[in-house]
Design a protein around this ligand. Sequence first.
Ligand code: AHR
Length: 489
Amino acid sequence: MKTVKLTLNPLDKKSKINKEIYSNFSEHLGRCIYDGIYVGEDSDIPNIEGFRKDVVEAFKELKLPVLRWPGGCFADEYHWKDGIGEKSKRKHLINSNWGHVVEDNSFGTHEFMRFCELVGCEPYISGNVGSGTVQELAEWVEYITFDDLSPMSELRRKNGKERAWKLKYLGIGNESWGCGGNMSPEYYCDQFRRYATFCREYSGNKLFKIACGPNADDYNWTEVCMKKITPWNMNGLSLHYYTIPTGDWNRKGSALEFDSSEYYSTLKSTLRMEELVTRHGEIMNRYDPEHKVGLIVDEWGCWYDVEPDTNPAFLYQQNTMRDAIVAAINLNIFNRHSDRVYMANIAQAVNVLQAILFTEGTKTVRTPTFHAFELFKAHMENTLIYSHIENEEVSEGVPALSQSASINEAGEMVITLANCTLDREYSVDIGGVCEINYAKGRILTGEVHACNNFDSPENVVIKTLDVKVSGGKAAVVLPACSVAEIVLN
Ligand code: AHR
């Protein structure tokens, strides 16, 4: 077993790690909203006002900060007035983005806002720019946030909500370069300026307006947005980047069946996130040296081929220890770039893509990705500190270890570490500009294909990690394929 040094300097304080980095995304896609979050009040599945009780509890446990909705591609064909009022009278429509299934609109604005209240998270609404109008989005904001007398607030009251909600995060279009309208960046920027002008701030509500940002490495998109819309009240610019194991969208690879070479190519694809946030960040720095505009990575995660015999449009995929490692690498990157990365939303919350939860009837499964989020949640609202780990390459361009460290107001340090190798164990000596007196740890580890399913929901679970403390230093043993959290002071 090789010994490596992890050096910490809590005096070298960097940026704040916003809790928003640990956010999620829920779309009207497959079984994310219906079955996953919402089952209706008459369901036999234990629910609170129609929302799955187990899912509410799981999100609360993770302290979910923000939930994005209603899409994704779905958002740019969503007309919010179809999803309000008496349920039996709501329009039944075709979900033309995701399998042409019937969308009965039983989960709409009131349901989303209530679900967020139950979970205790902030809502993030992604507005329709692709097929909607400025008036439609402006009225949605009025409906949600205006407390005095107006046509939209009266409509809201008629639908049973007397007082306005608060809404902070508002996305102006989703993937406007693709499913959101196939726009050029110049055309999109003009659209953003129109929409942002008329989405007003009512009744003391403050909007954080998020512009549609680039697809992966489309640096020109970022350049144009920063040039054309910064003065126009853009608070955030989104970035979408998915991990595709094979790099080929037509044959992405299986969630469960992969060899070591495909495992490492998955990690290599994930590590591109570092380059993307760095290079988009550099462009943003030129126009916004004060870092007023946040980079919002509001879609990220592994995208595999769907599970055999499932609807190809439902994007249902299993989740293994590989996904936990991918989550850890990404979250460590976001922490280390928290001077620019303001929010990140993994895709997606339940039953879709790199889901944190699976549901089937009354059963729920917490995926390895859920557990990775659990191990990282102590970083929320902490300050990033200097950390350095002695590292080595395990496969072409893939380092063996991934790390980030932060400190909270009480002076407690939090370290998250991933051993990304399939076969190397490391002994990690932790020290630096600090005297360690106390430490505790937790670990998620298993064979890389290990997963949780409805027959074995606790195959991969968090266990206690033994941390030795002596002479002001700490030491842990990190097994192959593991994610760990260490708390020290
Ligand atoms: O998350 C699935 C889809 O991926 C979203 O709808 C879209 O924004 C992206 O292309």
